[in-house]
Ligand binder design. Structure first.
Ligand SMILES: [Zn+2]
Length: 121
């Protein structure tokens, strides 16, 4: 998983400006941000998702989601952190955030933006 996959998840039919619906865009080099050619609205790939404020590489998040959705009976934070290769504290925060996102889904509150999860949960 990388920014390319994220792009396809967010805009499966190709880019569409969230502001004016215009399809033509250009990608800003430094950040995962796409700029509309018409109104110059900048659409961030991660804004409005659980990844919005993360400092961790997205690959860690994808691995974390994979691990959490594979282990049906839950996994200890210690084991989880070890598998991700992050500190215990970072592992706890990731797990907490993902569990929260899944709980919100259970509560029938639509998550912001797009989120795809294993339907086993
Ligand atoms: Zn636009």
């Amino acid at each position: 998983m990388n920014a390319y996959h994220l792009f396809n998840l967010r805009w499966p039919d190709g880019f569409k400006c969230p502001n004016c619906g215009h399809p033509k865009h250009c990608k800003l080099a430094a950040r995962p941000v796409y700029q509309c050619n018409k109104c110059h609205h900048q659409a961030s790939l991660t804004a409005g998702t659980i990844f919005a404020s993360t400092k961790l590489p997205l690959t860690i998040w994808f691995l974390a989601i994979y691990l959490i959705t594979q282990v049906k009976n839950g996994t200890s934070v210690l084991e989880f952190s070890r598998q991700l290769g992050v500190s215990y504290n970072a592992g706890w925060r990731i797990k907490h955030k993902l569990m929260q996102a899944m709980k919100e889904r259970d509560d029938q509150q639509p998550l912001e933006g797009w989120v795809q999860m294993d339907d086993a949960y």
